[in-house]
Design a protein around this ligand. Structure first.
Ligand code: C5P
Length: 237
């Protein structure tokens, strides 16, 4: 049972529960981009993201990847382990898009011959600057052993997701992962959804993700619904 709000983020609210080792993450319809400078509310966004994230977490668990997901509490709320969040955003990239094409002379659409793992320091105050393992260690965000494990988990998850999404007619240019510590173990935390992945339709190349909101590319609810139809068809039965 949820009690007080622990933290209200840009797209999710985290509640405490009567069990100190569990939290409830509520996926809201609010949406932000460009460090919170652009904001909106989009109908059913929270619902589709919660359902997509749940399905992906369950699929990863089946493949031996530990996540914070326990079960759904409602259509938009998941019960999760109360993890200690590691303040690093880990971004596996397969096809160049977004910030990497702005910061470096890399053309959008370039297929990387091996996945590129980018790490950002998760901090609104510093606007999520890119870091590397040495900076992360110097800041004591994680130990060298943890960083090694995080990198290997990120590569494995990327491999699993690329194949899984390919079967659903989706390309995965890039996505963001967060990790947390629970009982001495590193687990995947946060969410894996249309807000945190770039997803391109394999046939048309159309964006079916948050870039629609970032760059006013069309109807976001319709795109998220399309992804949900492919990943969680059972919710439409
Ligand atoms: O903005 P950038 O191109 O670096 O984003 C890379 C990927 O990470 C995108 O899929 C984006 O949606 C995701 N991301 C995120 N949360 C952030 C930054 C990036 O989900 N704070």
């Amino acid at each position: 049972m949820k009690t007080e709000v622990l933290y209200s983020g840009k797209a999710k609210t985290i509640y405490k529960t009567d069990n100190p080792s569990e939290l409830i993450a509520e996926f809201r319809d609010s949406l932000t981009a460009f460090d919170g400078k652009k904001k909106s509310e989009v109908a059913k966004k929270g619902y589709y993201n919660a359902q997509i994230s749940k399905k992906i977490f369950e699929m990863l668990e089946e493949k031996g990847i530990k996540t914070h997901f326990k079960k759904m509490e409602s259509d938009t709320e998941m019960l999760v382990d109360a993890v200690e969040i590691i303040k690093i955003e880990v971004i596996p990239r397969n096809i160049a898009a977004g910030s990497i094409t702005r910061k470096y002379p890399i053309k959008e659409g370039t297929h990387f011959t091996r996945p590129v793992i980018v790490m950002d320091y998760k901090s609104d105050e510093y606007a999520d600057p890119m870091i590397n393992e040495d900076i992360a260690i110097a800041m004591e965000l994680a130990t060298p052993e943890e960083l090694k494990q995080i990198r290997s988990m990120a590569l494995k998850i990327n491999e699993i997701l690329v194949e899984y999404l390919d079967q659903k007619g989706l390309k995965l240019p890039d996505f963001k992962l967060e990790f947390g510590r629970v009982n001495g173990e590193i687990v995947v935390a946060d969410e894996i959804s249309c807000d945190t992945c770039r997803l391109w339709d394999k046939t048309t190349g159309d964006s079916l993700d948050k870039d629609i909101f970032r760059f006013d590319k069309g109807d976001l609810t319709k795109a998220y619904e399309e992804v949900a139809r492919r990943i969680v068809p059972e919710i439409f039965e």
